[in-house]
Write a new protein. Sequence first.
Length: 138
Amino acid sequence: MDIRIFEPADEAAVIALWAQCGLTRPWNDPRQDIARKLAEQPELFFVGRDNTEIVASAMAGFDGHRGWVYYVAVAPSRRGQGLGRELMQAVEAALIARGCPKINLQIRRDNTEVAAFYERLGYTPDDAVSFGRRLIPD
């Protein structure tokens, strides 16, 4: 897999990947999420390609205190091949290069398969409760 920075021409393929992976939600417009990411630290938006096919993605950010990662996706047909691990290593390396001391991510409570994946990578649940509030409706 070749990992590179997202390019605007990748948008349709990335959104299709997110849909295949169950990451899209009716209240989040994926095109808006991409546009917002391209306005802030676009160099932290990664895609993984096998030849010309986009098979993985990860969107990251760093606020000076913590790094965050979102939209981590690996095509269902390509899971179990180490692509997710490789992609997360690229995300972590990019954040470390910025001086990021800790990375956070959120997964849905019932997504035990993904929780197990992150645990294999050395992530542990934080003793925290996540709160959110929509400021701009999509």
